[in-house]
Design a protein around this ligand. Sequence first.
Ligand code: NAD
Ligand code: TYD
Length: 350
Amino acid sequence: MKKILITGGAGFIGSHVVRLFVEKYPDYHIYNLDVLTYAGNLENLKDIESKSNYSFIKADITDADKMNALFNEYQFDGVIHLAAESHVDRSISDPLAFIKTNILGTVNLLNAARATWNEQMQDKLFYHISTDEVYGSLGETGLFTETTAYDPRSPYSSSKASSDHLVRAYHHTYGMPVVISNCSNNYGPNQFPEKLIPLSINNIKNKKPIPIYGKGENIRDWLYVLDHARAIDMIYHQGKNGETYNIGGINEWTNIDLIHKLCEVMDQKLGREKGESAKLITFVKDRAGHDMRYAIDATKLTQELNWEPSLQFEEGIEKTVDWYLANEEWLENIISGDYENYYKKQYNEL
Ligand code: NAD
Ligand code: TYD
């Protein structure tokens, strides 16, 4: 039985990856390692927690001794590394947390893997999950390819870029088998309501202002989270050693257009009059250093591994809204805790 370590499996994307692997590969044992920060939530995995090929390990990747001990104990065959601090706004108010988890945490995992795998490295794989934000910000034209020079501009993207470089360094220096993928913005069930789409769904539901940074002209490429999880499965199994793969939805939206679309869907689902939710749109102070546009060229992934997004955005956003409306308790549990303090601090003018 192959032993696969998935870090950050209690988070948004990680929980979808864990579920996909546990259900699709009964001959793998999946170890979900997560320290359960504010973003980690075992409710995301309730439906699979009793499966015999799944175990949860509560641990902090910044704890080097613990990582070494766990790798020694379990002798993992492969790692899919998603654990990270993931929100740009939090990285602006607390950069050090991002340096610790995203950089130091990644090095701790690389060191533990290297020490344990030692002579048998060639049969193993360290798969590092990264973001398109490492490439910086685009103007009106152009796409990020796998060879675009890194130009990270927020503490979050800089810490992810740094971890990508370290993963490549371990490949070149120590011969560690690695793959890296850089994906655009994900959306879908279980996303923490600090990110644009779930935050707006929650606010529309509660008839609260929808905060749009600046003029809402910034552009992001959006991918349904399950399509990202499918790409991760393909890259883990068929990606070439030492390679990087860009993953994207071919689905660019300005923030303001996206929110108008979301408002339309919410009006329909909540039985509100057309245009009612859009009245909640409120322009607020722009994010510091706000990247203008991200867009991905995913040709390598589509040509080499035959991957493509399965959902159109209109379908994906409906599924997402349906999930949030059907899972009120999940949302209520989150917004009743520390979230209130975060919200007040981040959006004090609202
Ligand atoms: P998330 O914030 O929802 O989840 C992160 C998870 O990591 C949480 O469960 C948290 O408890 C865990 N974690 C944080 N610090 C840890 C530590 N020190 N030790 C152990 N566990 C820790 O993040 P997400 O949106 O699911 O993103 C997952 C990965 O994908 C990240 O590496 C992120 O950079 C990358 N990514 C995200 C997106 C996106 O749109 N969300 C896009 C591209 C890439
Ligand atoms: P976010 O979901 O935080 O993802 P990222 O910053 O990683 O792209 O933000 C998506 C876009 O939405 C980004 O341009 C910032 C913007 N945004 C708002 O306008 N208002 C908000 O309250 C948030 C959280 C984001």
